[in-house]
Design a protein around this ligand. Structure first.
Ligand SMILES: *Cc1c(COP(=O)(O)O)cnc(C)c1O
Length: 393
């Protein structure tokens, strides 16, 4: 294969891409090819429009009346828009805080539901914030944190385990964890699971209902494109919603926040996972960006994502394998999420140079370059452009 062949192939694949028109919903600057949607999704035209209306009308004109007219209902409303993306039923997802805080709430809820247990099991390669939070939850509850590689999670679960937590798509390698096996193993030992869907939601199908997951959390600003600092989400299985408590009791999680009672009574259902005032502007941006997902099936998104990452790996074999790059992502498309990682000594400097030339990716120490292949806006031709630049470095 030479680059002319690669371009021809990319043109064919892009021409038969049923999601190709969605690229037009994103305001990606001319001259930029964006491969970092796994860290920060790009701006949508719809978010800009909704934010402008929120500022000019809801905030400037309606002022405090907007809370009752719209804003108070947002966490639950946006939770219901997000729910189908992770296979959740209505009124089981809410949108609030950030992923770190939601991991904390979910883990504290889980250990409170298993008071006789002494251990938390975590993927040792989990994103660091998840590990820090799990360690703090373990410390606060006198539990032992058992940190093991993903392929040893199942054998590490026992009658001592209160909760198992892991991220479905590894943030470095894009390796997909065995969500079904791990969830089943946890349940068979009477333990609960908290899945972090930070690199899943919006790019990789996940079905919290079919898997009978207990808790799930994830980011609003990665593949969901909610904007910098967009709120995260939290899912709690309906069977737990009446009994679970969360540690950050605040007025937004009260049954009747506007009665200003001095004692806390948790709201019915998922609302009890709220704590304080919503970040309205970020919520609005996320809600607007989520509109793109209506009418798009997760099956289509997954097929496109796999087509992009497979094409990337084919080009890696043809052009990059012999130039000092190594593949850091599973070759089996069923075993990987939506980004491709390449090992490269000097990757940090290369990512910086490429950004100056309009191709944006990211870098994770010690030597991993990451390329998010977002099915909503990346094309196969974007990948040819990227690989050409990498090959010419
Ligand atoms: C991106 C990411 C986070 C980010 O957490 P914040 O609290 O939103 O900063 C957490 N966990 C995982 C697995 C992530 O990939």
């Amino acid at each position: 294969m030479n680059f002319t062949d690669a371009e021809q192939l990319a043109s064919q694949l892009d021409a038969s891409d049923t999601l190709a028109s969605l690229r037009g919903q994103f305001d990606i600057p001319d001259g930029i090819v964006y491969f970092d949607g796994n860290s920060l999704g790009p701006l949508t035209y719809r978010s800009r429009e909704v934010l402008t209306r929120t500022i000019e009308f809801e905030w400037r004109e309606r002022l405090i009346r907007s809370w009752n007219e719209d804003w108070l209902a947002m966490p639950a409303r946006i939770g219901n828009v997000l729910a189908p993306i992770i296979g959740a039923s209505p009124n089981t997802v809410t949108v609030c805080d950030n992923t770190s805080i939601n991991v904390h709430k979910a883990l504290m809820s889980a250990v409170a539901l298993r008071p006789d247990r002494t251990e938390i099991v975590i993927d040792i390669n989990n994103f660091p914030t998840d590990i820090y939070i799990a360690q703090s939850v373990a410390d606060q509850n006198n539990l032992t944190l058992i940190a093991v590689p993903a392929d040893r999670i199942i054998e590490s679960i026992s009658e001592r385990t209160a909760v198992v937590t892991a991220t479905h798509v590894d943030y470095r390698s894009a390796q997909l964890l065995d969500a079904e096996g791990i969830t089943l193993a946890a349940h068979s030992h009477g333990a609960l699971v908290v899945w972090d869907l930070a690199h899943t939601a919006g790019a990789v199908p996940f079905d919290v209902t079919a898997l009978d997951v207990d808790f799930a959390v994830g980011c609003g600003y990665k593949y969901l494109n909610g904007g910098p600092g967009a709120p995260a989400f939290i899912y709690v299985a309906p069977r737990l919603l009446d009994t679970a408590s969360q540690p950050l009791q605040g007025w937004w999680g009260h049954e009747f926040p506007f009665e200003f009672e001095t004692s806390f009574r948790p709201a019915v259902g998922i609302d009890r996972y709220l704590t304080g005032t919503a970040n309205v502007l970020s919520m609005k941006s996320l809600e607007a960006a989520l509109e793109i997902f209506s009418g798009v099936s997760m099956v289509e998104l997954r097929a496109k994502s796999q087509s992009l990452t497979t094409f990337f790996i084919d080009l890696f074999d043809a052009f990059l394998a012999e130039k000092g790059f190594s593949l850091g992502t599973p070759r089996d498309p069923e075993s990987r999420g939506s980004h491709v990682a390449l090992g490269f000594a000097g990757g940090k400097a290369l990512v910086e140079t490429m950004a100056e030339q309009g191709v944006i990716a990211d870098f994770r120490p010690p030597d991993l370059m990451r390329f998010g292949c977002a099915p909503l806006y990346n094309s196969h031709m974007d990948i040819v452009h990227l690989v050409k630049m990498l090959a010419a470095r």
